[in-house]
Design a protein around this ligand. Sequence first.
Ligand code: P6P
Length: 339
Amino acid sequence: HAADAHRTDLMTITRHVLNEQSKHPESKGDFTILLSHIVLGCKFVCSAVNKAGLAKLIGLAGETNVQGEEQKKLDVLSNQVFVKALISSGRTCVLVSEEDEEATFVDPSLRGKYCVVFDPLDGSSNIDCGVSIGTIFGIYMVKDKDNVSLDDVLQPGKHMVAAGYCMYGSSCTLVLSTGNGVNGFTLDPSLGEFMLTHPDIKIPKRGKLYSVNEGNAKNWDTPTAKFVEKCKFPKDGSSPKSLRYIGSMVADVHRTLLYGGIFLYPADKQSPNGKLRVLYEVFPMSFLMEQAGGQAFTGEQRALDLVPTKIHQRSPVFLGSYDDVEEIKALYAAEEKKA
Ligand code: P6P
């Protein structure tokens, strides 16, 4: 039985990646070592986030602890943990974090061939009310290890070799793709290991949910407004879609990946490039959606084709079930024709 297999198979994320690696005889295990350091960071953040609720009592994360020391805010702490873990892995050369204005270039003595872009704790404003938050990451291969530059992280998302997120919610779930589909792993606290619980995730071709901040409706452009109108008042007699919006990208995307539907963070008059960051929000989630049989669109092009020019630049994004995204692409194409 599947349950017994899990109990005796013990397919941890490390074993799973080693199996994947065996398909690339030329690889020397560098990616496995890099991933083990990302996993370590996720385990630390999971533990810290779970304690955050007790912050008032025992003085953690952003509170003053019993010794009266000002504790670091959880997102700052998480960032420092990931930066140190990634550098000490000896497998990275450039790091871009949502928390750091500038990219980090790893000292040549510790330099490896991977570039990691990440948001250490996305949605951290939701911590105090217990809403799920997460770490999002994407991994590029450096172009020339002896001549590292910002260009190594200003590559289109389609050049990523891996992407994933770890959601800190009712359970700690890490969703990862290394370019051969998407797999989900759940942290088993008794083992301290991420166990394979969602093998080969495929997003439903069409969904019954749409996920957008309706509070921005006043500022939407016509195609987005038309699409959302269609979700609420379908003309073909089908039932309206349900709205599910948590306001934490990892939670909204994870639900979309498992249940189907579409997640939208469109441009609007206030934010012409939307709100979400290209490198460590749009690209990793778009990479996962495509690997799971869905797709991701910016309003102008396939999200993964976008070539970034700034490490913190933003882009509108529409991602999720293949057919749902096709619908909004058609509405943008029709608008383009009118222009
Ligand atoms: P809004 C969280 O602050 C975040 O960066 C994403 O996790 C989330 O999808 C988005 O912003 C929510 O933005 O404008 O709807 O509150």
